[in-house]
Design a protein around this ligand. Structure first.
Ligand code: KIV
Ligand code: ZN
Length: 513
């Protein structure tokens, strides 16, 4: 029997710290359900003290998730920890993850605390957290640039105070694999009580080494890896879950551990997170990129046809790749629709939501005769939008574009329920539509990104549009899908405006305390 490698997913917390990747409560619940389906051990559902919205989302996830442990991040102060404790209260298994910075630069310049004060605060934090749960994780932020002797001292103190998982983050992605492994090896060997806790690592990808550093640590004793779907996360992101899990599984000859992850759920999870956050997956991304299992050169194709293992170390179906499957069509009934959604793990809240989704499916099937799983995912995304998320709503859109003429757009929107009409010219039909919307919304936001992807193949495919807007230091992504890309673009733009409208102020856990 191999030892268990605990997979701690932080897509909903560190992943959400990527610019514009903030998710609504409903979106977070969908991601959490997919993580549970994938049998992730721990889901870091958010940072409860960040905002009332974050608190509510963690609470809702704690209520919905039964198998995975649900965790909230908290800085090492009493208010944060009590918020985290309240948020995870309904969880079948709940964890509080508290942290404080330990590197000289962070202690001196950011916290303005002495090392003695940092140790004292960390010990107090564990005490507060233990009032809510026996499952308490402690992280030494910026451990990758901290002094080893100080790490030994603070870890010994928090273990005595009751921490059960000790996490060693390479917060700024500065370490190299050999060096990071040596740090972990020394900590496990030197810290009194090391054998009573789970050693964890949390690596950022600034030098493209997050996965390599995490795996090097596993080889010397780390038994939890913190990671995210598609490697989402602050700056260059975190270690990617799919790469960690598949490396451990594919090189079972090297790793003395195994994960409990159902790998066939990896690609659906990757697609869901990409679709919700608007962060596309690069085609050559390991495991989940569209080309990860595509053989282009003749020699490779020939080899694979003769014997698959000549050029493949993993099987596409083991990570959840399926052929674009024709699943439903114009004549499919409500029951077939409901059954396929259930097979995809999509649960709609009640008959009303199912009926609305089915009506949209019929509309889509009229325009596009073959409906694939990806179409259903996009369609259901629209369905989880709540009335509070829809301050701006598209009622009507028309564009006129002809050779040699300036494109013109006309839109009708509701803003807080009241109808407004507007028209505008633009350099293209999308530009004209955005100008018409903006003339009503007057958001004053800056467009940072506009991208269109075909969800499936063929010219009748739905276009999935991502729009990234910035205003007053806040960045949001909006998504929209439709067979008409101008309409998809209008939906994405309005989705982003709604996010700017609804999201309140949010505290970044790693900013000033
Ligand atoms: O990168 C980091 O140090 C973190 C901690 C809060 C664990 O995200
Ligand atoms: Zn991090």
């Amino acid at each position: 029997m191999k030892e268990r490698l605990v997979i701690f997913d932080t897509t909903l917390r560190d992943g959400e710290q990527s610019p514009g990747a903030s998710m609504t409560k409903e979106e977070k619940i969908r991601v959490a359900r997919q993580l549970e389906r994938m049998k992730v051990d721990v889901i870091e559902a958010g940072f409860a003290a960040a905002s009332p919205g974050d608190f509510d989302a963690i609470r809702a996830i704690a209520e919905a998730i039964k198998e995975s442990t649900v965790c909230s991040l908290a800085r090492a102060n009493e208010n944060d920890i009590r918020r985290a404790g309240e948020a995870i209260r309904p969880a079948a298994k709940g964890r509080i993850h508290t942290f404080i910075a330990t590197s000289p630069i962070h202690m001196e310049k950011k916290l303005r605390m002495t090392p003695d004060q940092v140790v004292e605060q960390a010990v107090k934090a564990i005490g507060w957290a233990r009032e809510y749960t026996d499952d308490v994780e402690f992280s030494a932020e910026d451990a990758g640039r901290s002094e080893l002797d100080f790490l030994c001292r603070i870890f010994e103190a928090v273990i005595k105070a009751g921490a059960t998982t000790i996490n060693v983050p390479d917060t700024v992605g500065y370490n190299l694999p050999g060096q990071f492994a040596e740090t972990i090896r020394q900590l496990v060997a030197r810290v009194p009580g090391a054998d009573k806790v789970v050693w964890s690592v949390h690596c950022h990808n600034d030098l493209g080494l997050a996965v390599a550093n995490s795996l090097a640590a596993v080889l010397v004793g780390a038994r939890q890896v913190e990671c995210t779907i598609n490697g989402l996360g602050e700056r260059a992101g975190n270690a990617s879950l799919e790469e960690i899990v598949m490396a451990v599984r594919t090189r079972a000859d090297i790793f003395p551990v195994e994960t409990g992850v159902d790998t066939t759920q990896i690609v659906p999870a990757s697609k869901l997170v990409s679709q919700i956050t608007g962060y596309p997956v690069q085609p050559n991304k390991a495991v989940v990129g569209a080309n990860a299992f595509a053989h282009e050169s003749g020699i490779h194709q020939d080899g694979v046809l003769k014997h698959r293992e000549t050029y493949e170390i993993m099987r596409a179906e083991d990570v959840g790749w399926t052929q674009n499957k024709l699943v439903l069509g114009k004549h499919s009934g409500r029951n077939a629709f409901k059954t396929r959604l259930a097979e995809l793990g999509i649960e709609l809240a009640g008959d009303e939501a199912l009926n609305a989704a089915f009506a949209r499916f019929k509309e889509l099937a009229d325009k596009k005769h073959e409906i694939f799983d990806e179409d259903l995912q996009a369609l259901v995304s629209d369905e989880t939008v709540t009335p509070e998320d829809e301050h701006y709503k598209l009622v009507y859109s028309r564009v006129c574009s002809e050779t040699g003429e300036t494109p013109q757009a006309a839109v009708t929107l509701t803003v807080g329920g009241a109808e407004h009409k507007a028209g505008a010219a633009g350099s293209g039909p999308v530009d004209a539509t955005f100008r018409a919307i903006e003339s009503v919304a007057k958001s004053g936001s800056e467009l940072l990104l506009y991208s269109v992807n075909a969800i499936t193949t063929g010219t009748d495919a739905q276009g999935e549009v991502t729009v990234r807007l910035a205003r007053g230091g806040r960045i949001v992504n909006g998504n929209g899908a439709d067979t008409d890309i101008v309409i998809a673009s209008a939906k994405a733009y309005l989705n982003a405006l709604n996010k700017l409208h609804s999201a309140g102020e949010k505290v970044n856990p790693q900013g000033d305390v």
